[in-house]
Design a protein around this ligand. Structure first.
Ligand code: TRP
Length: 374
């Protein structure tokens, strides 16, 4: 059996550079590698609704944005199946059965869920005692189980995701192991695939904060105009103690250099800054002193514009045919549904809840009651 990829994103906003280096770019490479028999890319609207129940319009508006970001980043609907999670109801049924294999305590220990509950400010006590705080929605709390359905429904062998998703994959593997142990070998155990470049594992925001995130307003979006990108780079966080050009500068925690680590290509210097042979020499100069931030930022800008321009061009083309993009999603969702339904049939058979398809069961009961034995 060939290797299969399943991965996806919550449609809560447009995709940014963090998504690009952390996952999108990789997906396009994997798509073109020919190494995978099938690739499924899911727009996880149902998961997004687990903590946006009161804001369905936001999700609805962002599905097309994420689809456009995918296509403009170079995902090819001829090679990958792009689909919308909520249009594959089989996923819910799988999750419902997997829920029996996971304890409340195990979910409470999931580090990502724990952190996200804190981040969202859900109350950990009784809602009545904390009237201004909402409790954690059950759907949100259990989304790792739903994610296990997403992955297993497509018999994914490989899940390319960012480091924050590691606990989800771990939990999925546990569910698969438990299911296969209890009901017999049925589900495929997935492997997680992290980005290779360390700087891509978690790209900081332009303000130097740990993560690029819409709520922090520190993102460079794939759909930003060239001018917006330039402005954001020029106001990026660097080394606050690097005041005069001749001062020695610090590389660690300096966002501009973190971005260079993530985005610099072997030919970037030759193309945009031939005075330096490579990034190490540039870093040395900066640390020694005598190199101003603006020059380094202009270099970063040249690299990012070169990378983003073809993405912006492709987006412009797809934006001219929005019904066509919806058609890609509709066809992708239909195909995804067929695959998920076939896994669900296996699951039902393994769990012995396929009563009407089980001729043996009916024959056995026929014999049992004919003999008059109870
Ligand atoms: N949790 C993922 C995110 O927030 C999105 C997602 C949902 C996903 N289901 C998935 C990722 C299955 C990989 C596999 O980005």
């Amino acid at each position: 059996m060939g290797k299969v990829i399943l991965t996806g994103d919550r449609p809560t906003g447009r995709l940014h550079l963090g998504h690009y280096v952390g996952s999108l770019k990789r997906r396009v490479e994997l798509q073109n590698s020919g190494e995978f028999e099938k690739i499924f890319i899911m727009i996880a609207d149902a998961q997004a609704l687990t903590d946006n129940a009161d804001n369905p319009e936001k999700i609805r508006q962002n599905i097309i944005e994420v689809a456009l970001d995918y296509l403009s980043a170079g995902l090819d609907p001829e090679k990958v199946t792009i689909f919308i999670q909520s249009q594959v109801p089989e996923l819910c049924e799988l999750a419902f059965y997997y829920m029996n294999l996971v304890s409340v305590q195990r979910l409470q220990r999931n580090p990502t869920v724990k952190q996200e509950i804190q981040l969202r400010g859900f109350s950990d006590g009784d809602e009545d005692e904390n009237q201004n705080k909402k409790g954690t929605p059950v759907g949100f709390f259990t989304y790792p189980i739903s994610q296990a359905s997403d992955i297993t429904a497509f018999r994914a062998t490989t899940v390319p995701v960012g480091a924050d998703q590691a606990p989800m994959i771990e939990q999925t593997r546990e569910i698969v192991h438990k299911f296969n142990t209890v009901y017999g070998e049925t589900l495929v155990t997935p492997e997680m695939k992290l980005p290779e470049n360390a700087a891509c594992l978690r790209l900081p925001g332009t303000d130097g904060k740990a993560k690029m995130s819409k709520s922090l307003g520190n993102c460079i979006y794939l759909s930003d105009s060239a001018e917006d990108v330039r402005k954001k780079i020029m106001s990026m966080y660097t080394d606050p103690n690097h005041i005069r050009v001749e001062d020695p500068g610090q590389i660690e925690g300096n966002t501009v250099f973190t971005y260079l680590d993530a985005f610099c290509q072997p030919d970037s210097f030759e193309k945009h800054w031939p005075e330096y042979p490579n990034l190490d020499v540039l870093k040395e100069h900066y640390q020694r002193g005598g190199l101003g931030d603006v020059k380094v930022k202009k270099f970063l800008n040249a690299i990012l514009q070169e990378m983003l321009e073809p993405i912006r061009q492709r987006r412009k083309e797809y934006e001219k045919d929005i019904p066509g993009v919806y058609e890609i999603l509709r066809k992708g969702s239909l195909h995804a549904r067929e695959v998920a339904a076939s896994t669900l049939a296996d699951v039902r058979r393994a769990m012995k809840i396929d009563y009407f398809d089980d001729a043996e069961l009916i024959a056995e009961h026929t014999r049992k009651f004919a003999e008059g034995v109870k």
